[in-house]
Design a protein around this ligand. Structure first.
Ligand code: G3H
Ligand code: ZN
Length: 310
């Protein structure tokens, strides 16, 4: 089975990005895994500290491992937004493929020092683990925000990116390039989209020379996402869009079957609702948008073949 590092290299060579989807339960995990399997593209499952606390660190690790092994499929697990060393170590010991060590709320120097310590500690546990660091401010909370903060003065500069990567030794960098966690009400209603600073992405990529992650992907303009991938983004995180779809699907399942109490008759509505979002995002990230659903497997195989020979 390919490792995550190798998967990111192949994606970069093929001009695509790996989709990263946060999960809080088996419904969303099922939707993410089945969608990736249907499209035959690699996928990253993310679990933040809160999501891990709810599901259990070792339990989500065991679930993803079982999917990877049973289906021989490139599904990877990321410990998303990990704010302290203890929980990063617990995730590494549980077998996570990567850790986002997020000290971005601290001043730059402190963030860099703590991230460097995390890289050393986590690689000592598992030399193959990928560690991602984060600089700039993209807000917090994969939820619906009544007000969108103006984060334009906290965008990452190419010089900071280079200095941070060289000092910390991170494998992956998460910059602030116009992205933001969560969605405003207008974004949920489709009236507004997040816009990205594509030129900044290119400059950061050229300076940092490591794979870049775009956090806060929900509600981002589709064309900006395509251009951001071309400019150097290798991983795109989506969470709030899935949470909105999860709630809508659950409500639909309950409304369609008044009096129903059997979970496996209600929850498939949520799986399908989340799955629609995941498939749309994976198609965009993997250049499979023009391919009719039934032909997507063949197209995805072609992308994978290209990746394999490059
Ligand atoms: O780490 C998770 C994400 O960056 C997701 O952000 O909720 O805006 O999609 P989002
Ligand atoms: Zn994030």
């Amino acid at each position: 089975m390919r490792e995550l590092r190798n998967t990111l290299e192949l994606a970069r060579n093929a001009g695509v990005a790996v989709g990263h989807f946060n999960v809080s339960d088996l419904v969303v995990l099922k939707a993410v895994f089945c969608s990736a399997q249907e499209l035959q593209v690699p996928v990253l499952v993310g679990a933040s500290e809160g999501e891990r606390e709810f599901m259990g660190v070792r339990q989500i690790a065991a679930l993803v491992k079982s999917l990877r092994e049973e289906f021989d499929f490139p599904v990877f697990l990321n410990a998303d937004h990990t704010h302290n060393m203890e929980s990063a170590i617990v995730a590494a010991k549980a077998g996570f493929d990567s850790v986002v060590f997020d000290a971005s709320a601290l001043p730059f120097e402190q963030n860099a020092r703590q991230t460097r310590e995390a890289v050393e500690a986590l690689k000592a546990i598992n030399p193959a683990i990928l560690v991602e660091g984060e600089i700039g401010n993209i807000g917090t909370g994969s939820e619906i925000h009544e007000l969108s903060p103006d984060l334009s003065k906290y965008l990452t500069t190419p010089a900071e990116a280079k200095q941070f990567v060289n000092f910390t030794g991170v494998d992956v960098l998460a910059p602030a390039v116009g992205n933001m966690h969560g969605m405003s009400r207008k974004m949920v209603e489709g009236e507004k989209r997040k816009r990205l600073d594509i030129e900044r992405v290119s400059q950061i990529k050229a300076a940092a020379l490591v794979p870049l992650t775009l956090h806060g992907g929900s509600g981002t303009d589709d064309e900006d996402l395509r251009q951001a991938i071309a400019a150097g983004i290798s991983i795109i995180h989506i969470n709030t869009e899935l949470r909105v779809a999860w709630r809508n699907g659950l409500e639909a399942g309950l409304t369609a079957q008044p009096g129903q109490v059997v979970p496996y008759n209600i929850l498939p509505f949520a799986v399908e609702s989340v799955g629609q979002v995941v498939r749309a995002r994976l198609r965009l990230f993997n250049h499979l948008e023009d391919v009719p659903a039934e032909a997507s497997n063949r197209a995805a195989s072609r992308v994978r073949e290209q990746q394999a020979v490059s």
